[in-house]
Write a protein that binds this ligand. Structure first.
Ligand SMILES: NC(=O)c1ccc[n+]([C@@H]2O[C@H](COP(=O)([O-])OP(=O)(O)OC[C@H]3O[C@@H](n4cnc5c(N)ncnc54)[C@H](OP(=O)(O)O)[C@@H]3O)[C@@H](O)[C@H]2O)c1
Length: 245
């Protein structure tokens, strides 16, 4: 069986990093990406120290052009074909709707929605031409329930979840599966700024605890694997049961 290659955006830390490590341990060649070259190289070194294969491609995903360039570079590094894409890179923005700067609104939509859109536009057609591929969009609990102060962030991810369904329908007949993973509160460098609110949020769910990045990576690893060959267009909640109460 030939080795598959995955591009994981935002894999220099947090959930993306855990996903890169997990997929690599599953025998997948990974392309690590993010803005911070040093942290990206450290992830690559860790993967290589475990005897697995990884490469780093720097990208600042802030518009269509940056997505087009990452798609091209990652495909080249992958040896001409990507089998898996994980759209994980995102930025959050907290605060009341009134007073939200237009530049903040535009930046959140650009990184969380526009970049995944143009990555898929530039990667999925080649997957479809080869007759197989798997894409996971990393969403959020805030796209499903109203979390005050997370309106723009939640809206960007709710739109991404709709794209999951659109793309599942568009590319499914060509053998490409597209799903979302929707994490609840997860302890990462990015969620540190939430302080005690992270545990308070977690306590609202039946399971009641804050996830580790590995808990989310496990769900992503399942959805990109052949074990999930009949699963497409779904949003997999990995949130301790928060959305059922
Ligand atoms: N943590 C949670 O509680 C939680 C809950 C629900 C959903 N999520 C979602 O899970 C995903 C990962 O979150 P996380 O908590 O692991 O975040 P994190 O710790 O802040 O990591 C974010 C990653 O994205 C990269 N990134 C950010 N902006 C970027 C840009 N403009 N271009 C390229 N890369 C960029 C960062 O790399 P560089 O700094 O190197 O650029 C980093 O590797 C996100 O989609 C987030 O919305 C997280």
């Amino acid at each position: 069986m030939s080795t598959k290659t995955a591009l994981i955006t935002g894999s220099t830390r947090g959930i993306g990093r855990a996903t890169a490590l997990k997929l690599a341990r599953n025998g997948i060649r990974v392309v690590v990406s993010g803005r911070d070259t040093q942290r990206g190289q450290e992830v690559v070194e860790q993967i290589r120290s475990e005897g697995n294969e990884a490469h780093f491609v720097r990208a600042d995903l802030r518009d269509a052009q940056s997505a087009v360039e990452l798609a091209a570079k990652a495909t080249e590094v992958a040896g001409g074909a990507l089998d898996i894409l994980v759209n994980n890179a995102a930025i959050g923005a907290g605060g009341p709707t009134a007073g939200t700067e237009e530049s903040t609104f535009d930046a959140v939509l650009a990184t969380n929605l526009k970049a995944p859109f143009y990555l898929v536009a530039n990667i999925a057609p080649a997957m479809a031409a080869r007759g197989s591929g798997a894409i996971v969009n990393v969403s959020t609990l805030a796209a499903e329930v109203a979390l005050p102060g997370l309106s723009v962030y939640g809206a960007s991810k709710a739109a991404l979840d709709l794209l999951t369904k659109s793309w599942a329908a568009e590319f499914g007949p060509a053998g490409v599966r597209v799903n979302s993973v929707s994490p609840g509160p997860t302890r990462t460098p990015g969620s540190e700024a939430l302080g005690e609110y992270l545990q308070l949020l977690a306590a609202q769910a039946p399971l009641g605890f804050v996830a580790n990045p590995e808990d989310i990576a496990a769900a992503i690893a399942f959805l990109v694997s052949d074990e999930a060959r009949f699963v497409t267009g779904t949003v997999l909640d990995v949130n301790g049961g928060r959305t059922i109460v």
